[in-house]
Design a protein around this ligand. Structure first.
Ligand code: FES
Length: 144
């Protein structure tokens, strides 16, 4: 093999390795939360706990723990007055931002939008934000 042929083949291998690395870096993360969209969630532990005597008192108010958020959407201190969602965008795994004033989510990476229930309002995301189970007992809220 001549020197020129060797350098050409090394360059082609390098291009393939770099392209593979970029694809891997841009692919969906496998570390997304394991909640689901029917509110059932399959986490057995408590993800968020809140004392409703002092926290989450206004509609739209939220509490975040890691990549999980719980938001009050109605007045009564019952589970249906809250939504708990993953903050991980379903497009490619970026963390979405919650805007309390509009009660919506916006992804900073490619512009996907979600309403307060996690439903997609603007693509490119096609799937809703995964949800978690909310329970309320004795004015203590638990997300699991
Ligand atoms: S990762 Fe959120 S829009 Fe692409």
């Amino acid at each position: 093999m001549e020197r020129r042929d060797f350098l050409t083949s090394v360059g082609q291998v390098s291009v393939f390795v770099c392209a593979g690395s970029l694809v891997a870096a841009c692919s969906k993360s496998n570390s997304t939360p394991s909640g689901n969209n029917n509110g059932g969630g399959n986490n057995s532990g408590t993800l968020i706990s809140a004392d409703l005597n002092s926290e989450l008192q206004a509609i739209g108010s939220a509490k975040i723990n890691g990549s999980v958020i719980v938001i009050r959407i109605a007045n009564d201190n019952v589970a249906s007055s809250f939504v708990a969602l993953s903050l991980i965008c379903t497009h490619m795994g970026c963390t979405v931002n919650y805007d309390q004033s509009s009660e919506s989510f916006k992804c900073p990476c490619h512009g996907s939008g979600y309403d307060v229930t996690g439903k997609v309002t603007h693509g490119p995301a096609a799937a809703p934000l995964p949800s978690y189970t909310v329970t309320v007992a004795n004015n203590t809220l638990t997300v699991s």
